[in-house]
Write a protein that binds this ligand. Structure first.
Ligand SMILES: *Cc1c(COP(=O)(O)O)cnc(C)c1O
Length: 408
């Protein structure tokens, strides 16, 4: 932090001069990454518990992904959706073979995958239930589904969708894990219910197993589609290839992004053949979705992440992370609870630490470890799925130092 502040013209100053002020980036500027370590402009190293916000599923510059990118970069970068391409077909085959889905639509981000899912659900209802009044979408409070206007209006944090004029209509919100609230909302007018199996941005809050089973059966009862937003929980993050597998509850549509590209932008919407059939040539589209570079990297990522040993390793890492957090907590008593699954954990701050997540995050960077927050009261960890034990140990030692500093 100090180093960056005395640099001639700091990157943060340049950022403020040049960029639309949507973000307020930390003064530390990472310039290089390898595995679960990052280095900044002055050569300081950081243990990375952020993983690019659950995107760098195999850490930075994983040799296998690097090779896939370089190989594809020397063959074909882009060919438009007037033509299909081999990497997209290979990746689609993997996703279909590995999941409930029969059909895949590629996009470039989580928001775009969700945008496609919500539009598909509306169109499917129109195709199959006529009349045009089966349009209601039910989502959860505190949910996060992206920043396009449809997805941000579907997300359960109205402050993100306010101030842009009339919102897309017929979207209602219910509290997560409250089946009675959903039962009261859902009806023959409902075309889809969208749920994150574990709310990521909203606080690392897992849906309960009973809740998701109940949601599935209410959807069936009212002929509404169930959409799982696995943008954050997918691709091995929870120790299952997709979180729905751990719950044993199968959606009609699943969206994913973040970890799928291992740091390269890509999103995907997965659906059954019956549901997918409501999109026809011209109904929906994208210029970059299915880009060969992105698909080649994602394909290599899935080859790795779908291995049972890798998924078992994610569950071992969860244990290790929880042990460290428990040990730190027994010294400082700052967590009320640690929740989440696999390499997506949220440490909920205890009463007397309320609202101090950002301060913790700053202190952590100062000690050489990067952690995330999920709201003002939750410290979020989303490290690479293959983070070495040494990096976990070292990162936790640094985090403990940061906490000790704040605890005074
Ligand atoms: C990050 C996220 C999104 C949005 O993804 P973008 O790639 O930022 O558009 C949507 N849903 C969930 C659950 C997410 O975590």
């Amino acid at each position: 932090m100090l180093e960056a502040a005395v640099a001639p013209v700091s990157c943060r100053a340049q950022f403020d001069q040049l960029m639309v002020p949507c973000f307020a980036p930390h003064p530390v500027v990472p310039v290089r990454g390898s595995g679960s370590r990052l280095w900044d402009e002055v050569g300081r190293d950081y243990v990375d518990f952020i993983g690019g916000i659950a995107t760098n599923a195999l850490g930075h510059c994983h040799p296998r992904l690097q090779q896939a990118l370089i190989t594809q970069a020397s063959q074909l970068w882009h060919s438009s959706n007037y033509f299909t391409n081999q990497p997209a077909l290979r990746l689609a085959r993997q996703l279909v073979d590995l999941t409930f889905a029969d059909r895949v639509f590629f996009a470039n981000s989580g928001a775009e995958a969700n945008e496609a899912a919500l539009k598909l659900a509306r169109r499917y209802a129109q195709d199959h239930h006529g009349g045009g009044d089966k349009v209601q979408i039910i989502a959860c409070l505190q949910a996060f589904h992206g920043r396009t206007f449809f997805t941000v209006s579907t997300g359960g944090q109205p402050q993100y969708a306010d101030g842009f004029g009339p919102k897309p209509a017929a979207i209602d919100h219910v509290p997560l894990n409250d089946l009675e609230a959903l039962r009261a909302q859902i009806s023959s007018r409902t075309c889809a219910v969208i749920v994150e199996p574990i709310q990521g941005e909203g606080g690392v809050t897992p849906a309960s197993h009973d809740y998701l089973e109940g949601v599935r059966s209410l959807c069936d009862q009212h002929q509404a589609l169930l959409i799982f937003d696995e943008v954050q929980t997918g691709n091995g993050r929870t120790g299952d290839l997709f979180a729905y597998m751990g719950y044993g509850v199968v959606p009609d549509i699943l969206t994913t992004a973040k970890g799928l590209g291992g740091g390269f932008p890509i999103g995907a919407m997965l659906a059954s053949a019956q549901v997918a059939a409501s999109f026809k040539p011209g109904t929906h589209g994208t210029t970059f979705g299915g880009n060969p570079l992105a698909c080649a990297v994602a394909s290599a990522l899935l080859d790795e992440v779908s291995q049972p040993e890798l998924l078992a390793g994610v569950r071992r890492r969860e244990q290790l992370l929880r042990e460290h957090l428990g040990r730190i907590n027994s010294r400082f008593g700052l967590f009320a609870e640690v929740r989440g699954k696999g390499c997506l954990l949220g440490a909920v701050l205890a009463d007397r630490w309320q609202g101090r997540a950002r301060e913790l995050l700053e202190a952590a960077v100062g000690e050489g470890v990067m952690v995330l927050m999920a709201g003002p009261n939750v410290l979020r960890l989303a490290p690479a799925l293959n983070i070495p034990q040494d990096d976990i140990d070292d990162g936790m030692t640094r985090l403990e130092r940061a906490i000790a500093r704040l605890a005074g």
